[in-house]
Write a protein that binds this ligand. Structure first.
Ligand SMILES: Nc1ncnc2c1ncn2[C@@H]1O[C@H](COP(=O)(O)OP(=O)(O)OP(=O)(O)O)[C@@H](O)[C@H]1O
Length: 251
């Protein structure tokens, strides 16, 4: 099993708030890794560090390294547009663009220079199929994406990410605004997508983490308390704080 993302001595400060402390972690390729821990422990901050989304926040300072496929994304000569193409992100609330379903998916490929209609048609069909949405929307591709249900919008946003052929997909509580059926469909999709992508997901839902992830990482106060195979973290954690959190004693 090869490592896709390698994090060493990574620290992040929001001004004087030391939000991530000495993070060392390896994330395996073609696996789902769940980041768990109580509110404010740094999960989203860490997730956003993997495609440098935190760069947009004023006062953020980092030290340490995050290598993806051997390249330090905090090093020199890193092009953020390329990085964010390789490392896509799905957020808690699906926010499709106020465009048609087709144009939402074609947006990224067009931005990266693909103009050929036939090629765009292929990408739209392939990624909507991959995102388990094609059958539901194939007859209304040119209608507004804003008319879709929340669950459909979240799968559309995922298709938009897949359309630029990422290798790593970051998901920040992607199911928290979804109903149980949409959540189940999204979880099935996540488990299927890991054959081709490396997926890192933040979730507050312990059952969800147990269902979808291969590896779990428990954060507390900006530090990693422990990480390991999800089964082991959930059934036999080595740190009592992990056990307390998982069994609902705090957080
Ligand atoms: N944009 C920001 N500007 C300043 N401080 C921030 C920002 N985002 C997060 N923080 C701070 O960083 C710390 C970690 O927050 P973060 O959102 O990463 O935690 P989290 O574990 O994802 O929490 P939650 O589960 O509630 O989303 C907190 O102290 C938070 O206040």
């Amino acid at each position: 099993m090869s490592q896709k993302v390698r994090v060493r001595c990574f620290q992040l400060y929001y001004g004087t708030n030391h939000a991530l402390k000495n993070i060392d972690l390896d994330l395996a390729e073609n696996q789902v890794t769940a980041l768990i821990g109580p509110s404010g422990c740094g999960k989203s901050t860490f997730l956003r560090s993997i495609n440098r989304m935190n760069d947009m926040i004023k006062g953020v300072r980092t030290t340490g390294t995050i290598h993806i496929d051997g390249q330090n994304i905090y090093g020199e000569k890193v092009y953020l547009v390329e990085l964010r193409k390789k490392v896509g992100m799905v957020f808690q609330q699906p926010h499709p663009f106020p465009l048609s379903i087709y144009d939402n998916v074609a947006y990224g490929p067009r931005l990266h220079g693909i103009r050929d209609k036939k090629r765009l048609d292929e990408i739209v069909e392939r990624t909507l199929t991959e995102a388990n949405l094609w059958d539901e929307v194939k007859d209304r591709l040119h209608r507004s994406a804003l008319g879709m249900s929340g669950g459909q919008q979240q799968r559309l946003v995922l298709a938009r990410v897949l359309a630029v052929q990422p290798e790593v997909i970051l998901m920040d509580e992607p199911a928290s605004a979804l109903d149980p059926i949409s959540t189940e469909r999204l979880e099935e999709l996540i488990m299927r997508l890991k054959d081709q992508y490396t997926i890192i997901i933040v979730t507050h839902n312990m059952q969800q983490a147990a269902r979808v992830s291969d590896t779990a990482v428990f954060f507390l106060n900006g530090e990693i308390v422990e990480s390991g195979p999800t089964d082991q973290i959930f059934t036999n954690p080595s740190d009592p704080r992990t056990e307390d959190y998982i069994s609902g004693r705090f957080g």
